[in-house]
Design a binder for this molecule. Structure first.
Ligand SMILES: [Fe+2]
Length: 241
């Protein structure tokens, strides 16, 4: 363990072992911890497959598939960039389309096309790549964090835009977020001394606790890709130590 940039570093093996309690205390205190020593290869595959998907014509993306997959375009009209998002989700919110629609509308996210879902018949590499990362991090979170054993894996493409101030405007989430290495601007977190930038390397992930304010500035004016795992927290019962 060591501390840099306002966040403690823990190796995966330490978190799984005798340092779990300490890691949770640091997470509570600082709002985030680095998880070092993760296998980067499965995430590389996710990015690779997601890019194939994002770079395909919309017509191919729109074809229907099974459940638990979603592709959405968030409408961004104000001070942040528009994005496409691909999600795999185990919760009841996203499984049936009618719930997904309600859930997404409540969150201000518009499905790209009403009732239509993307297909994995056209994108055979997506499901294995996403499932592998999803299963791994769901198991990791279930073993470490107080929560409901439900999560979702998101891969986002933020479009190029010069004027918006943010790729992601400042906000908090109700879930734990495991942010993987982005391609583009780093995640910034609002700590006790103001905003700090938290770059994530290829063999790292950043675990952020619920209600921690974060943002991504639009500095580079280039496409940004990011991937994160969101874990539904039980924030009322405290840590399951
Ligand atoms: Fe967020």
């Amino acid at each position: 363990m060591n501390k840099s940039d306002g966040a403690q570093h823990y190796r995966v093996s330490e978190i799984r072992g005798k340092h779990k309690t300490r890691a949770l205390q640091d997470l509570e205190k600082d709002g985030m911890i680095y998880v070092d020593g993760i296998d980067p290869e499965p995430l590389d595959q996710v990015y690779q497959q997601a890019k194939v998907f994002f770079c395909s014509p919309d017509k191919r993306k729109y074809r229907s598939l099974g459940r638990n997959w979603g592709w959405f375009v968030d409408e961004r009209k104000f001070d942040y960039c528009s994005r496409e998002r691909f999600i795999i989700d185990s919760s009841e919110f996203v499984a049936p389309v009618k719930y997904a629609k309600h859930y997404l509308e409540e969150k201000g996210i518009l499905p790209a096309k009403r009732g239509m879902w993307p297909t994995y018949r056209d994108f055979p590499g997506l499901q294995p790549a996403f499932s592998r990362v999803y299963d791994h991090w769901l198991a990791f979170c279930s073993g470490m964090l107080p929560g409901y054993n439900m999560g979702s894996l998101h891969v986002c493409k933020y479009h190029v835009a010069r004027n918006p101030k943010f790729k992601i405007s400042p906000h908090t989430d109700d879930e734990y977020v495991i942010a993987f290495r982005p391609e583009g601007e780093a995640l910034e977190i609002c700590g006790t001394n103001g905003w700090i930038s938290l770059p994530v390397e290829r063999e790292q992930a950043l675990l952020v606790k619920p209600e921690t304010e974060h943002r991504v500035r639009n500095i580079l004016h280039k496409v940004r890709y990011s991937a994160f795992f969101s874990y539904l927290a039980d924030i009322y019962t405290g840590h399951n130590e």
